[in-house]
Ligand binder design. Structure first.
Ligand code: HEC
Length: 97
């Protein structure tokens, strides 16, 4: 009985650990994609100033960027429109460089 209880606690901790790792991986990937695509034609700061705006506003901006000639893969735009709404540490660091 006690053994089951301990196992159960362990499983919960392991789950949290995996979730926090995958959130970090997303953040790093987000920073990479952001830096690679959005610093190409102008200063990356342009994007940094907009952190916190809604997903719809990002999507609108990406459409504008595509009109300006940006050619960013669909899956990368999807990632950015999710992860720039609440940017993590890795993304913020791109702007502090
Ligand atoms: C193909 C080149 C190109 C790429 C790639 C690009 N932009 Fe732009 N961006 C422009 C041009 C051109 C303008 C408009 C002219 C200007 O203000 O310099 C602009 C303007 C902006 C503006 C100001 C918008 C406004 O309403 O005045 C922001 C913010 C911005 N870009 C962010 C981004 C972000 C974020 C990315 C990555 C997803 C990105 N850009 C990728 C070319 C690009």
């Amino acid at each position: 009985m006690l053994k089951n209880f301990i196992l159960c606690i362990f499983a919960v901790f392991a789950l949290f650990f995996v979730i926090s790792l995958s959130a970090q991986a997303d953040d790093t990937e987000c920073a990479r994609v952001f830096e690679m695509n959005c610093g190409e034609c102008h200063e990356i700061e342009r994007g940094c100033e907009l952190f916190g705006q809604s997903k719809e506003e990002w999507v609108e901006l990406f459409e504008f960027m595509e009109d300006m000639g940006a050619d960013i893969p669909e899956n990368e735009l999807n990632l950015l429109s999710e992860c720039l709404v609440t940017p993590g540490e890795a993304v913020k660091q791109v702007c502090e460089r």
